[in-house]
Design a protein around this ligand. Sequence first.
Ligand SMILES: Nc1ncnc2c1ncn2[C@@H]1O[C@H](COP(=O)(O)OP(=O)(O)OP(=O)(O)O)[C@@H](O)[C@H]1O
Length: 261
Amino acid sequence: MNGPAIEFREVLKVFPKRSGGVQTVLDKVSFSIPTGKTTVIAGGSGQGKSVTLKLILCLMRADAGRIFVHGQDVTDIEGKALEDLRTRFGVLFQGAALFDSLTVYENVSLPLRERTKKTEKEIGDQVGVTLERLGLTGHEGKYPAQLSGGMRKRVGLARALQLKPEILLFDEPTTGLDPVMTQDIYRLFAETQAQEGFSSIIVSHDIPKIFSLADQVIILNEGKMDVFTSPEEIQLSRQEHIREFVRTTMGEIYQSHLVER
Ligand SMILES: Nc1ncnc2c1ncn2[C@@H]1O[C@H](COP(=O)(O)OP(=O)(O)OP(=O)(O)O)[C@@H](O)[C@H]1O
């Protein structure tokens, strides 16, 4: 597919304040999410990361500006067109947990059962391939409570992949995971993306590590966005809020590079 997977043009999002006036969360921001690549969205608490994801999924509407998905203007999309649009996304949000009363196999096969006319054999074959790819073979009959945090994330990823999404949205993929499980999820994610070719947007605070995956990093701050394509670019930024971000997320080694220049 040519062109960006997603494009924001001058998107404004405001919320009314209790005390009167408005809070500007996105202040006419413009950016593109390249097709087939990984974009990481970072930024402090309350800076608008979730709002950005909700705008992409049309769970929330922009107050001004336009949003495009593969060139289609989705800013005001409704009804059947909106339903169709949503089938093009795979979503892995923290809130969208696995169903505790369903086994691994039942959780992963659910989207195919609900949204396709595939036979039980076809579902079994497809789910089997994904479970094997994500190292979950042998765990099909287990319930989420019997799995480690890392395995639960892998089951969530397996489920999000079933409808072959064009774009995968992944909110805080490694929260609650230890460093080994974090690397594991990143590796599996990169392998799966190489095989399936989807575009992805990951909301993460894990900036030094996530650069092994990211093709670009967008940092949100006070309604504005800065786009970076390498860790060095972030380290060498002269903007005070980026330097503060480096200090708090990347640590002293990176900061000392900054000071030396
Ligand atoms: N439905 C809403 N109504 C009013 N204000 C909202 C609404 N949704 C989000 N906000 C406000 O918009 C701002 C951005 O929220 P958002 O959830 O996108 O932050 P975030 O960057 O995802 O933060 P965190 O890292 O803490 O999850 C916050 O100040 C929040 O209070």
